[in-house]
Design a binder for this molecule. Structure first.
Ligand code: PBG
Length: 337
């Protein structure tokens, strides 16, 4: 926010910043930002079956969980003080289609998972991804018409998807698709259907990123995207001002909270969003960021626990209110212990 133009610092040796750093107690006392389990949101992949935890190769330590194990995981979040989970379904290939109809099937895996968790562990918030990529045969977040993503056709599908999630009991619907105008349409549909308290967390500044690689394996997305990839709807990595315009538009359309994604390479965007709008601001420490730490730690190049803790604390310094991270459980356990 506003900062003094010049700092009234005494010159050396009257001022010695190291005095404050000399002991743990004084470093602790003046630490400006802290990480707590309450800052963390755990993204979880769900899969059909019972008592199934299918490890994800590209994401060491993460598995796709069947609904019964998801409920146990929710209990763990509750016990650790992790406020919310973000759910992502692994959709069986025979359930995928051009039109993504499974996305709003009330008996789809996602909707069953929402009902099961909310019935057993109502204290944990459920954030549900609204984008068609788990459900389309091509893996795009929207619908293809004549080989191009059709913005307005896609919105119709996304609205149906968000309503199905809200109907099942989702606390938060989180559109991650980056179509123009979808927040307003989803908000209007939620109001019309009586879901007046369903929150919208908009993936407002979502960049076309190579850091999503491991996520696509986790979700079983084939990724038959065509030459432009997702660049006709996700943002260009070089753009910062545009991120502010995207956030402004989504807030105007009725988003409650906003997100920046990926996380660490975009901390400048997090800070600008927080300073410009002062709304609850989240960052997604995405799959590639998580797996890079795990891989470097496994190779012995870095201290993985330390780097993970430091990374997440830096989101707080950048102004984030919460962080979606696959490391939520391990970090919450360390913060508790
Ligand atoms: C898709 C979606 C993606 C992620 C979250 N939602 C991938 C993509 O846009 O291609 C990535 C999350 C991660 O990498 O951890 N709607």
């Amino acid at each position: 926010m506003s900062r003094p133009q010049s700092f009234p610092l005494a010159p050396f040796p009257y001022s010695r910043p190291r005095r404050t750093r000399m002991q743990p107690w004084s470093r602790n006392l003046v630490r400006e930002n802290r990480l707590s389990p309450h800052d963390l949101i755990w993204p979880v992949f769900i899969v059909e079956g019972t008592d199934r935890a299918v490890p994800i190769n590209a994401m060491p330590g993460q598995s796709r969980l069947s609904i019964d194990l998801l409920v146990k995981a929710a209990e763990k979040c509750r016990d650790l003080g992790i406020p919310a989970m973000a759910l992502f379904p692994f959709v069986e290939p025979d359930k995928k289609s051009e039109a993504a109809e499974e996305a709003w099937n009330p008996d789809a895996l996602m909707q069953r998972a929402i009902r099961a968790v909310k019935a057993a562990v109502p204290e944990v918030g459920l954030i549900c991804d609204v984008a068609l990529d788990p459900y389309t045969t091509h893996g795009h977040d929207g619908l293809l018409v004549d080989d191009e993503i059709d913005n307005d056709e896609s919105i119709d599908a996304l609205v149906k998807m968000a309503l199905a999630q809200a109907e099942a009991g989702a606390d938060v619907v989180a559109p991650s698709d980056m179509m123009d105008g979808r927040i307003g349409e989803i908000r209007e549909a939620l109001e019309d259907d009586g879901h007046v308290n369903t929150l919208i967390l908009s993936y407002a500044a979502k960049f076309a990123s190579g850091f999503y690689g491991p996520f696509r394996e986790a979700l079983g997305v084939v990724g038959n995207y065509g030459p432009q990839g997702k660049s006709t709807y996700q943002m260009d990595a070089g753009n910062g001002d545009e991120a502010l315009r995207e956030v402004a538009a989504d807030l105007e359309e009725g988003a409650d909270w906003v997100m920046v994604k990926p996380g660490l390479p975009y901390l400048d965007v997090c800070r600008r969003v927080k300073d410009a709008f002062g709304v609850p601001t989240f960052a997604y420490h995405v799959s590639g960021e998580y797996s890079m730490v795990k891989a470097a730690a496994a190779a012995g190049y870095i201290d993985g626990d330390r780097v993970m803790m430091e990374s997440l604390l830096c989101f707080k310094r950048a102004g984030c209110d919460g962080i979606l991270t696959y490391a939520a459980i391990e970090i919450a356990e360390k913060l508790r212990g």
